[in-house]
Write a protein that binds this ligand. Sequence first.
Ligand code: S3P
Length: 171
Amino acid sequence: MKNIFLIGYMGTGKSSVAAYMAKEYSMEVLEMDEMIAMRESMNISDIFANNGEEYFRNVETRLLQEICTQENKVVSCGGGIVLRDQNVEEMRKSGMIVLLSARPETILERVKDDTSRPLLQGNKTVAYIREMMDKRREFYENAAEVVIQTDGKQIGEICSEIFGQINKIGE
Ligand code: S3P
């Protein structure tokens, strides 16, 4: 099996879906932000604060390149992975790109108590999230081979939809 790359804005459920796939389907999951934090011995907020976003993006791209040499993985990507065309090309060659999406109101509800996302610290409003999502929309939509709306759905339902869509493409 090729890899499955879960992409989407922060709070669209990539990590929850990946964790469910690991538990219920015994799939091997790679959580990119966790791997980056481990490699850098720093959490994501500290990497942004100490080294800047560009540094983070370089680490992210390098890690993705390594992951793309592997197979049979579910990869939970950071929300900004699509911002570099090079990343999207690598993912396409190495597997299927699945976009999870949600309304800004849903995102806010999911991230409101979280402090681990530097780009949302101090910016937790529907208006801010909507504007940032709008700026990124083209990147997400151009990258995606499968799109799954997650609002109001259970994780199991989202996973079934993902596998259904992937199988349809494979037929
Ligand atoms: C980012 C999303 C985060 C993390 C970093 C930047 C983004 O990952 O990679 O804070 O630019 O959207 P999640 O989407 O897992 O929150």
